[in-house]
Design a protein around this ligand. Structure first.
Ligand code: ISE
Length: 353
């Protein structure tokens, strides 16, 4: 079969990375069109991979030499561009977020459903990481018994100044939102955000780190430490605790060396490329293979929509300091219990030895 002809829109850090992976590692694909609002950047990438620059994003999607589209554009442009892909009937791999608000994500889910085809894949690449895939397989095969708890650690060594607490939920915690749904196979119903002492590296008003607690439909608890200015390494760990065992991934257990200086250890992952580079390669190859047949092979529009809905509740939880419930059709919202006024701590003073 001939190569899939792809347009890559958005050539910032992620888009440029996807172009490299598509043009060097992935089989059966040709990048025919590129687009970025910075023309010089588009010209540069186009010359490197032998593509054409189409300056208007919607025209790039509709170009006759484009079979499928990869969107690495800013989230605020996704609704219009994903809808244009649906109009054109072209498979699209959309980097997170699907859109920036619940209403437009829901509308996209409904439109795709009405078309009767799965065209939209959302770029939650952790699902393609061999360690996450093995963990899910272990859970699904019953190897841990009933999974009861999921504990996540998400640390970045550093981030730009604009990563405030709300952005940390939408851009970073969103990965654990998808991981929890992927591993447990159920929706998240509530989010709580606990803010502690912030690192001195955080700008005023930003709580970094934070502890995020999710509850799922069946009542399972997921915890997530999000710390994006740890100053150390790219550390993404996930532990699942089940009734008959627990399992952990993300330990950076590579080459372990013991040296004459009395130290032992291995190499830490400095960034997401080192940690998830392989996952991106697998994600893109599977997407290309599926798009050749007009479909997708990975998280779809509903997954993107659910993530947007959970993150919206998360942002609200950052603001209110309360447990916030997720607005997703079909979720039964737990009844909030009123505090019971007549329960007092027992007065133990007289009983003390
Ligand atoms: C970023 O957008 C990512 O996708 C990284 O995987 C994550 O670790 C980082 O916190 C996000 O900002």
């Amino acid at each position: 079969m001939t190569d899939l002809r792809v347009a890559v829109l958005g050539l910032g850090m992620m888009g440029a990375f996807h172009v490299d992976v598509l043009s060097t590692t992935v089989k059966g694909v040709t990048i025919t069109v590129v687009n970025d609002f910075v023309r010089a950047k588009a010209d540069d990438v186009a010359a490197r991979v032998g593509a054409r620059v189409v300056a208007d994003p919607i025209a790039a999607i509709n170009d006759p030499e484009v079979d499928a589209v990869l969107l690495a554009t800013p989230g605020s442009t996704h609704a219009e561009q994903v809808n244009a892909c649906l109009d054109a009937g072209k498979p699209v791999l959309c980097e997170k977020p699907l859109t920036t608000d619940i209403a437009s994500s829901h509308a996209i889910v409904e439109r795709e459903k009405a078309l009767g085809a799965s065209l939209i894949q959302v770029g939650f690449m952790r699902r393609f990481d061999p360690e996450y895939a093995a963990l899910r397989q272990l859970i699904v095969s019953g190897g841990l018994g009933n999974p009861l708890l999921v504990h996540c650690i998400h640390r970045n060594p550093s981030v730009p100044e604009h990563f405030n607490s709300e952005f940390m939920i939408r851009d970073s915690v969103v990965h654990e939102v998808d991981v929890a749904r992927f591993l447990l196979g159920e929706e998240i119903v509530s989010v709580q955000v606990i803010k502690g002492v912030a690192t001195s590296a955080a700008p005023a008003g930003t709580s970094d780190p934070m502890l995020v607690v999710f509850e799922t439909e069946s009542g399972r608890i997921v915890t997530d430490e999000i710390f994006v200015r740890s100053g150390v390494a790219y550390e993404v760990r996930t532990e699942v605790v089940g009734e008959t065992g627990s399992a952990i991934i993300g330990l950076d257990q590579n080459l372990q060396v013991k040296g004459t200086d009395g130290r032992w250890g291995g190499q830490i992952s400095p960034g997401f490329v080192e940690r998830f580079g392989r996952a991106y390669g697998i994600e893109l190859q599977r997407w290309v293979d599926a798009a050749k047949h007009g479909g997708i092979d990975g998280p779809g529009a509903w997954d993107g929509y659910a993530a947007v809905a959970v993150c919206e509740a998360g942002v609200k939880a950052v603001r209110t300091g309360r447990k916030e419930y997720v607005r997703l059709p079909g979720l039964s919202r737990p009844v909030e219990e009123e505090p019971t006024p007549d329960i007092h701590a027992p007065d133990l003073i007289g009983d003390r030895p």
